[in-house]
Design a protein around this ligand. Structure first.
Ligand code: PBG
Length: 329
């Protein structure tokens, strides 16, 4: 007798019944870039369909995102000016602080996350403060906690430190508690690799390092055990959600972190992953929508609960139609 797994693939209804993994609109978090000015909607060439938006435009976008059913956005700010200390990052009237307040005002139920980092704000483009040509971990912690606090004061639901300095989750958690922001969550970029997939983002956010690289703080792509170590440290220090970044080249890491921890796990489907699909789709070399859904499904199957993705709106449109386009053509 032949064993026949194909019986369970025979019709679309049977396939529906035995499907193991689902993507929901609720799983998606939409990343967005915000800049100073009014009526600004500047396209980002390497990220088709994404813009640098002024706050007034961002608020309209937030309404659109919410109307698609997407529960959350993460904000990346483009400051007016950069300096050595990245001081606009923690200014009360900084761009992210203004944006958070404006979104919360217009779409109060939207969960607003903010990226906490220095690289967009420093003239050298590194994620930390430089002392004697080196990134000074502990000086950076103080600045990061000021940034996080200013975001919380503006109304952020979660702050998301992406710098990869040691000890930042603890310092941010302590600062938030001390200042009475007991309910502000922390989504930790716990496992962030020194990846070449961030290229389009660095163009969009103008945050490429002006000397050297990020290998003294972001992780070596060769390391998997270290991912568990990083995740456990951030959990111990007080993170509410832990994230792995990038997503697609690190599905094994997502899987292992999921298996070894109990917090919700997020994965960041980064700019390079997005740009490749859009570019190949524009050339007619792949079916972009189907590839997008297969990618997001794979990230969920690996174990992610939440996905930060530039595809969030595109995916929500597919999901809202109730189509299963990656299996049913
Ligand atoms: C800032 C930051 C980066 C990304 C998110 N936050 C860039 C970097 O670390 O160089 C990348 C996101 C993406 O590529 O989509 N530290």
């Amino acid at each position: 007798m032949i064993v026949r797994p194909r019986r369970l693939r025979r019709t679309s209804t049977i396939r529906r019944m035995v499907k193991e993994t689902f993507i929901r609109v609720d799983d998606l978090i939409f990343p967005i870039f915000v800049k100073h000015g009014k009526g600004e909607r500047e396209p980002i060439p390497s990220m088709v369909g994404h813009y640098r938006l002024s706050v007034d435009e961002l608020v309209k976008e937030a309404e659109d995102v919410w109307s698609l059913g997407i529960p959350a956005m993460i904000l990346f700010g483009l400051p007016k000016a950069k300096n050595e200390m990245g001081s606009e990052a923690y200014a009360q009237d900084g761009i992210v602080q203004k944006a958070v307040t404006a979104i919360k005002d217009r779409v109060p139920k939207m969960v607003v996350l903010t990226d906490v980092c220095l690289c967009q704000y420093t003239d050298h483009g590194h994620c930390g403060i430089i002392k004697d040509g080196q990134i000074d971990n502990d000086t950076t912690l103080e600045i990061l906690s000021r940034i996080a606090l200013s975001h919380a004061q503006a109304g952020a639901d979660f702050v998301a430190p992406s710098d990869m300095m040691d000890g930042r989750i603890r310092v941010i958690r302590e600062t938030l508690e001390r200042e009475g922001f007991n309910d502000t969550g922390i989504l930790a970029y716990a496992v962030k690799y020194a990846s070449s997939f961030y290229g389009p983002f660095r163009e969009a956010a103008d945050c490429a390092p002006q000397f050297g690289d990020r290998k003294s703080y972001q992780m070596d792509p060769a390391n998997a055990r270290e991912a568990i170590k990083e995740a456990l440290i951030d959990i111990e220090e007080g993170a509410d959600i832990i994230m792995i970044k990038p997503a697609l080249p690190y599905l094994d890491i997502i899987h292992q972190v999921r298996a070894n921890t109990h917090l919700p796990v997020a994965a960041y489907n980064v700019s390079g992953e997005y740009a490749m699909v859009k570019a190949a789709d524009q050339k007619g070399w792949i079916e972009g929508t189907a590839v997008m859904m297969e990618m997001l499904l794979s990230i969920k199957r690996a174990g992610a609960d939440l996905i930060l993705t530039y595809f969030a709106k595109d995916a929500a449109k597919v999901l809202n139609k109730g189509e299963n386009i990656y299996t049913e053509s």
